[in-house]
Design a protein around this ligand. Structure first.
Ligand SMILES: Nc1ncnc2c1ncn2[C@@H]1O[C@H](COP(=O)(O)OP(=O)(O)OP(=O)(O)O)[C@@H](O)[C@H]1O
Length: 552
């Protein structure tokens, strides 16, 4: 792989000597690449002193792995291991709590968070989803400040939310931390000057990727742990995690006030002009800068953007399979991402793709990226009697695998929890646990995206790119998702659409269906409010392409 060098305004960001630097980069402008190049610059220019480290941090596990891979490519394995710590917030917080928790009376044997804990604890208390949501939101909000368990309990009591109170009581009895507790305690510990000082001595510089996904608490944690030579990189218009606690507006305002220097990128190194025309059409009303292609002529005539309307999602799925087959044959080294807002809308495509034996397909929500987890799961599944009720089989599988992994390894336990819930869905659809397990794949983050088709949803696709992207299901209820009600939630859906479209390098295919399948039959759908904007920015479809897609 040839080395990548910064170009244009990227150079300003890579070489900046500012102590606090803000880099705003729309999709494909090289955000992650600039982080890797700046890591290289800081380490090789001696900003990171002998024995000290650079902290590179981001929100999600996948974004963290993506960043780690690019930094390793840029800096080499040895130097990365010697000088760079790449983590996500839960990882850093778990490390701080484990190392220093005793200082604030947090028991050494406190149980670290696990994904199912909240839902397992709240389920016996109420079956009302709104009440559960309210309790969860309240607890997350109260825990987003550096208070101790007693102060927290007082606030919960004052709120008069019985469910939140019982959940909190159970947590204390079980000597357990939930995710918001991990961040709360890490923040409390970093407010102890001696502890903060240890981290400040350790980290000579900071790189934050995806600042738009951060909460104020997470910003406080990194600012205390690594205040010097900080670069915050992100794109407010790709903020799609406010449902999980991100506070894009307040975090951006805080960073704008804090950073003396700011760099804005507007050249896409990813996408063809045809793809960018669609991305710009959706991003414009959101107040985004117009993106232009770094080398527009290089794409001529290979860039494409098309829109297709179908009568049903079954016809749509058949059309997508025909296009994918043609692309796989014509461009055997290229990747095709088939992206939906939510997994359920992909049902017909999943069925049609699994029947197309000649197309290499990877389903991302059936992939595991912790090395060895798949083997652990398969051996744990051995001997579990299929005559037992499904819940018991899955519970046993979880317990056996979790015993091998160990409670400390929060990230792997999380991945295990996800895998178990996918197995549950597949089993409900009639597939045996063993057959579903056989379809899981191990994906290593160091691998480049393989040629062939990749089936994924919007949130998993963030930060990724494919030669071709099919975005399907542009109907109301799918995108925007039916859950989105307020103006703010709808704006977040528009950003989700922008994130999906901007994964494409060379070509984009966008589809909608007039009717989609559910368990009662076909249901009439209204086209998405953004369909005409998106379709209006695509090219006229040539007859040959139309015939290919329609199978005529
Ligand atoms: N200076 C450069 N020279 C060559 N290629 C570059 C350069 N900068 C970025 N690229 C390429 O452009 C593409 C997009 O870069 P990158 O993934 O870093 O963008 P991003 O801003 O993180 O995107 P997103 O926010 O959409 O995830 C990648 O293929 C990357 O290798």
């Amino acid at each position: 792989m040839s080395a990548i060098h910064p170009i244009g305004k990227q150079i300003d960001a890579v070489e900046s000597t500012a102590q606090q630097l803000l880099l705003v980069a729309p999709p494909g402008c090289g955000k992650t690449e600039v982080i890797a190049m700046r890591a290289h610059h800081l380490v090789t220019q001696g900003t990171i002193r002998e024995g000290r480290r650079l902290l590179a941090i981001t929100y999600s596990k996948r974004a963290r792995d993506n960043m780690a891979r690019r930094i390793q490519q840029s800096l080499g394995h040895e130097r990365t291991r010697g000088s760079v710590t790449v983590q996500n917030f839960h990882g850093l917080s778990a490390r701080i709590v484990r190392a220093h928790g005793r200082t604030l009376g947090i028991p050494e044997d406190v149980l670290l968070p696990s994904k199912r804990w909240f839902s397992d604890t709240v389920s016996p208390l109420t079956s009302d989803w709104d009440a559960r949501g309210e309790a969860e939101t309240l607890l997350r909000k109260l825990k987003s400040q550096p208070i101790d368990d007693d102060e927290l309990l007082e606030l919960v009591v004052a709120s008069r939310n019985q469910i939140a109170f019982k959940v909190e009581e159970a947590r204390r009895l079980q000597n357990k931390l939930d995710y918001p507790d991990l961040l709360r305690h890490a923040q409390r510990l970093l407010h102890v000057p001696q502890i903060a000082n240890l981290y400040q001595q350790h980290f000579d510089a900071l790189l934050v990727d995806e600042f738009q996904d951060l909460s104020q608490q997470q910003l406080d944690i990194v600012s205390l742990a690594a205040p010097r030579n900080a670069m915050y990189v992100g794109d407010p218009l790709q903020g799609i995690y406010s449902w999980a606690g991100a506070e894009p507006a307040t975090v951006e305002a805080e960073l704008v006030a804090r950073c003396a220097e700011r760099v804005d990128l507007d050249i896409s190194y990813r996408s063809s002009p045809e793809v960018l025309a669609v991305v710009n059409a959706v991003a414009r009303p959101l107040g985004a800068v117009e993106l232009s292609a770094a080398d527009p002529d290089a794409w001529d005539p290979s860039g494409h953007a098309y829109a297709f309307s179908f009568d049903t999602d079954v016809e749509e799925a058949a059309g997508i399979v025909r296009v994918a087959r043609r692309l796989v044959r014509k461009y055997p080294t290229e990747s095709i991402g088939v992206i939906t807002r939510s997994r359920y809308r992909r049902g017909q495509v999943d069925i049609a793709m699994s029947a197309a034996a000649d197309i290499p397909v990877q389903t991302w929500d059936m992939s595991l990226d912790t090395p060895g987890l798949l083997t652990t799961l398969k051996s744990a599944a051995r001997g579990i009697k299929t005559s037992k009720p499904l819940t018991e089989q899955l519970q046993l599988l979880f317990e056996r695998a979790a015993a091998v992994i160990g409670d400390d390894d929060v990230e792997t336990i999380n991945e295990l929890t996800d895998a178990i819930s996918i197995l549950r869905e597949k089993a409900v659809e009639g597939e045996s646990i063993r057959d579903a397990l056989a379809r899981f794949r191990e994906v290593h983050v160091t691998d480049a995206i393989a040629p062939g088709v990749h089936l994924l949803n919007a949130h998993i696709g963030k930060g990724q790119q494919f030669d071709w992207v099919v975005v399907l299901g542009l109907e109301e209820g799918s995108i925007p998702a039916f859950q989105a009600k307020t103006a703010e939630e709808i704006a977040e859906e528009e950003r989700v659409l922008m994130v999906m479209l901007s994964r494409a390098k060379r070509g984009l295919i966008i589809t909608k269906s007039a009717r989609t399948t559910n368990k009662y039959g076909l249901r009439v759908q209204r086209e998405s409010r953004w369909w005409s904007t998106v379709a209006g920015a695509t090219e006229t479809v040539a007859t040959a392409t139309e015939n290919l897609v329609r199978g005529t």
